[in-house]
Structures are given as structure tokens and as C-alpha cells.
Design a binder for this molecule. Structure first.
Ligand code: UDP
Length: 463
């Protein structure tokens, strides 16, 4: 049998990182490249087995540090965060060379390592073995540029109310301090380690053979063209979303593949099928964000008071924060699930808007499926994404918090009504549809992300 070109894709097992990297893996495998996907931590093997194919195989780096050595309740614990970050590095530096020297599971030499940019030291491992290294950035181009310049010291942190300044041109002056990624504004305690971890993804920026960004040119035109002119290795390849939602080329490509939570697919579908077109609010805060008890209560009653039907994803770990008997008293107006097939939900005709925490994947998915958003950013890059959604792409309504930091029920109610039935709803929907078209164009033959991906594949295959 002819030897196939072999790529190793290194993924942090967090849902917002698995989805775009796995989708990219599937895409290059569909072009005939053999891919070994390696997770930096163990993942349930049954979920992996179901997704293996002739061209895609999975491996996990085994856990080395025992949970009791690193306390779980580490949100405020800088030492624990530091320990986790160091443990990840130790594990990758120890195991990745073994996997690569063992030529990964297929037994064929690896030509390129595509690594999650947060695991930047994978580049050094690859180079040591004469293998190419490509970083995959799971955040927007503007956020990648902000992190890079903060890392290089060429961007001064804006003070309260100030615009972003420094040597980062083309960031719209409407971006103020509060629109910066959250850890940049609050780097106290554990956040100091997290900020360093995040900024360090720029460490091999100049050396990497390729810098893949999950965005598309027409979405962030100025920053992308500026980045590409300064760093020619930057390639936009997004939105990295199953092809069925973008160009309907592959009917069976409708899931990312691996979910860390069990989606309640049938319940969602059956419930949505009964609702009229464009009437449902879909609400979700992604896989990591955790709201306080009071915020959950305000959100719950804001959703009810909007009088719209709503489908709300409340992860099992968050359920106890709901008002007592809330889910059981909704009588068909609302459905609460622990996890849903988000792409299927966003693509459903009944969904009228997406109340979102603005994770980058959720943002790209809503844009690509033409769904207006009601934004309630929590942490990390979400404030920056929210600013883009509302003020640059003009396809969302922002919910403002009170002085106590809580978004009140009245604000939730008003924001939802504005997005779904108010005067602005038509403008928001028209803009959303425009972004959907542009996302499709980017990945269609001749589009920018299509061309970049084809170029990458050709160079991997050695054409
Ligand atoms: N997601 C999903 N079902 C849910 C909630 C989220 O499939 O009920 C997916 C969503 O489609 C997205 C990912 O989980 O691809 C979350 O990534 P994102 O960057 O939006 O947020 P994060 O979880 O990293 O905060």
C-alpha cells in the first residue's frame, strides 16, 4: 500500500479547542492526508473509537500528575494553575517525542505537527526531530494580534475608557479597555498564570512554519491583511465548521465529532420542530463559563419575561443554580438541557436569536448560520468578541450589567425583544445573513479560506 503523508494534530481537550482543530483534521484527511490526532489528556476512548477512520486515528498523552497533587478547586489558586500549566508542559515534552519517534500510530513518519497555539513548545519538539510545526490559533485574528503585541511589549495596556493604542494599527479606535480580553484587564491571583499561559502562545510566532487562524478574511479584513503583510506565514482557514452547514458538500459532515458532554439531540429537535420560524431564543454559555446564583436567577426570569420560547443549555454542574422547580414549571415555553447539538440548533428554522457568552466558536457558528446574537460576555476573549458582534459586524444586542456586575432580568427581557421582534431585529437579521453568505464564500472553491487550505494541503503533500 502506498505511504500516505502523515500529519499529527495536537489538541487540548477543551470543547472550544477540540471542535475547530478536529474539523481541520477532518478537512485535510478528506484531501488524502493521514492524520493522527493526539489529545494532551486522556479522553473517553469510546468517543474516540466512533470517530476513527482509515485516515484519522487518535491517541492520548496519559495523565501523569495525580488529581490530589493539584487541587481541583483551583479557580483562585495561582499555585494550582501554575502546577497544571507546568504539568501539561512536562507531559507534552516527555510524550510527544516518543509518539513522533514511534512515528505515531500509523507507523509512518510525521511530516507536520499542527499544534494548538497554547502548546507552543510542541514546535520545539517537532523541530528537534526535523519535522515542520504549524500553530493553530482558536481565537480571532484581532485577539491573536492583541496577545502577540502584549507579549512583545509593543502594545500598551489601555487605561479605563481609553482606546487601544501602541504599535497595533488597524484595531478600530472604538475598542476600549473594557473590550480587551478579560485576563488582560484582571491579572490578579490565578489569572496572572492564565494570562502568562495565554500570552506565551506567541513565543514561537516568528519561527512556526505556518500560523493558522480560525477566521476568514472578509470578517476581519484590516487586521488580517496587516498580519499577513507582516507575517506571511499567517493563513486564515475558518470558519472551521462541519461542511454541511457551509456548502452542503458532505451531508454526513454535520458534527464536529467529539463532545465532552452528552447532547440531548432528540429532545431538542422534537421541541424545536413544534415552534414557529424565528421565534425561539437559544441560550448557552459554552463549556466553561460559570455564572453566579444571582445571575442565573436574573437570567431565568429575564427569559421567562421576554415571553419568547427558549431553549437554554445549563450544564449539569450549573443546574443547582436555577430557581427551584424552574425547569418543571415552564410548560412547553422553555426547554432546559445539559448540552445540545449546537450547530443543529442554530441551523433550525425556529431559532430567532442566540443569547451567548461569545466564545469564539459560538460566535463563528452564529455568524455562519445567520443567527443574530444577544451578547453577555463572561471572560477571556469574550468581551472582544462581543464588541465585534455588536459594533463592528452589527449583528447583536449587548446586555449591560448593573453596578453590582449582574445583568438584571429587565435587561435580559429588553435585549431579547430587541433582537427578535423589535425595530432593530430586521437590520440585525439582514446583517447576520450577510455574514452567513461571506462565511460560505470564504470556504467555497475560490474563497480565501479555501485557497489557503488548498495551499497548505499542497505543501504538506509536497506538490
Ligand atoms: N456547544 C455544543 N453544545 C452546547 C454548547 C456548546 O455543541 O450545548 C459547542 C459549540 O457549538 C462550540 C463549543 O461547544 O463549538 C463551545 O466553544 P466556544 O468557543 O463557543 O466556547 P467555550 O466553551 O470555549 O467557552
Amino acid at each position: 500500500m502506498a505511504t500516505k503523508t502523515h500529519v499529527l494534530v495536537l489538541i487540548l481537550p477543551v470543547q472550544g479547542h477540540i471542535n475547530p482543530l478536529l474539523q481541520f483534521s477532518k478537512l485535510i484527511a478528506s484531501k488524502g492526508i493521514k492524520v493522527t490526532v493526539v489529545f494532551t489528556n486522556p479522553i473517553e476512548t469510546t468517543s474516540l473509537a466512533g470517530n476513527e477512520s482509515e485516515l484519522i486515528k487518535f491517541e492520548c498523552i496519559p495523565e501523569r500528575i495525580k488529581e490530589k497533587e493539584v487541587p481541583e478547586n483551583s479557580a483562585q489558586n495561582q499555585d494550582a494553575h501554575e502546577a497544571r500549566i507546568q504539568s501539561l508542559k512536562v507531559k507534552v515534552l516527555e510524550h510527544l517525542p516518543l509518539i513522533l519517534e514511534g512515528k505515531a500510530s500509523s507507523g509512518e513518519p510525521v511530516k507536520v505537527v499542527v499544534y494548538d497555539s497554547l502548546v507552543h513548545y510542541a514546535y520545539d519538539v517537532a523541530k528537534e526531530l526535523g519535522i515542520q510545526g504549524a500553530a493553530f490559533f482558536t481565537q480571532s485574528a484581532i485577539v491573536s494580534a492583541i496577545f502577540y503585541h502584549l507579549h512583545e511589549g509593543t502594545l500598551r495596556l489601555p487605561l479605563q475608557g481609553e482606546s487601544i493604542t501602541g504599535s497595533l494599527p488597524l484595531v478600530p479606535s472604538i475598542f476600549k479597555q473594557q473590550d480587551m480580553p478579560s485576563f488582560v484587564n484582571d491579572s490578579t491571583g490565578a489569572y496572572a498564570s492564565i494570562l502568562r499561559f495565554i500570552l506565551d502562545q506567541s513565543l514561537n510566532f516568528h519561527k512556526a512554519d505556518c500560523l493558522l487562524i480560525n477566521t476568514f478574511d472578509t470578517l476581519e479584513p484590516q487586521i488580517v491583511s496587516w498580519m499577513v503583510s507582516h507575517y506571511p506565514n499567517v493563513k486564515t482557514i475558518g470558519p472551521s465548521i462541519p461542511s454541511m452547514y457551509l456548502d452542503k458538500r458532505m451531508e454526513d459532515d454535520k458534527d464536529y465529532g467529539i463532545t465532552l458532554f452528552k447532547p440531548e439531540t432528540q429532545a431538542c429537535k422534537q421541541w424545536l420542530d413544534k415552534k414557529s420560524s424565528g421565534t425561539v431564543v437559544y441560550a448557552s454559555f459554552g463549556s466553561l463559563a460559570s455564572l453566579g446564583d444571582e445571575q442565573m436567577t436574573e437570567l431565568a426570569w429575564g427569559l421567562v419575561n421576554s415571553q419568547c420560547d427558549f431553549l437554554w443549555v445549563v450544564r449539569a454542574s450549573e443546574e443547582s443554580k436555577l430557581p427551584r422547580n424552574f425547569a418543571s414549571e415552564l410548560a412547553g415555553k422553555g426547554l432546559i438541557v445539559n448540552w445540545c447539538p449546537q450547530l443543529e440548533v442554530l441551523a433550525h428554522d425556529a431559532v430567532g436569536c442566540f443569547l451567548t457568552h461569545c466564545g469564539w466558536n459560538s460566535t463563528l457558528e452564529a455568524l455562519s448560520l445567520g443567527v443574530p446574537m444577544v451578547v453577555m460576555p463572561q471572560l477571556s476573549d469574550q468581551p472582544t468578541n462581543a464588541k465585534l458582534i455588536v459594533d463592528v459586524w452589527q449583528t447583536g444586542v449587548r446586555l449591560l450589567s448593573g453596578e453590582d456586575g449582574i445583568v438584571k432580568r429587565g435587561e435580559v427581557e429588553t435585549g431579547i425583544k430587541e433582537a427578535i421582534v423589535g425595530d432593530r431585529s430586521i437590520e440585525l437579521k439582514n446583517n447576520a445573513v450577510k455574514w452567513k453568505q461571506l462565511a460560505k464564500e470564504a470556504v467555497r472553491e475560490g474563497g480565501s479560506s479555501y485557497a489557503n487550505t488548498e495551499g497548505i494541503v499542497a505543501s504538506i503533500l509536497g506538490n
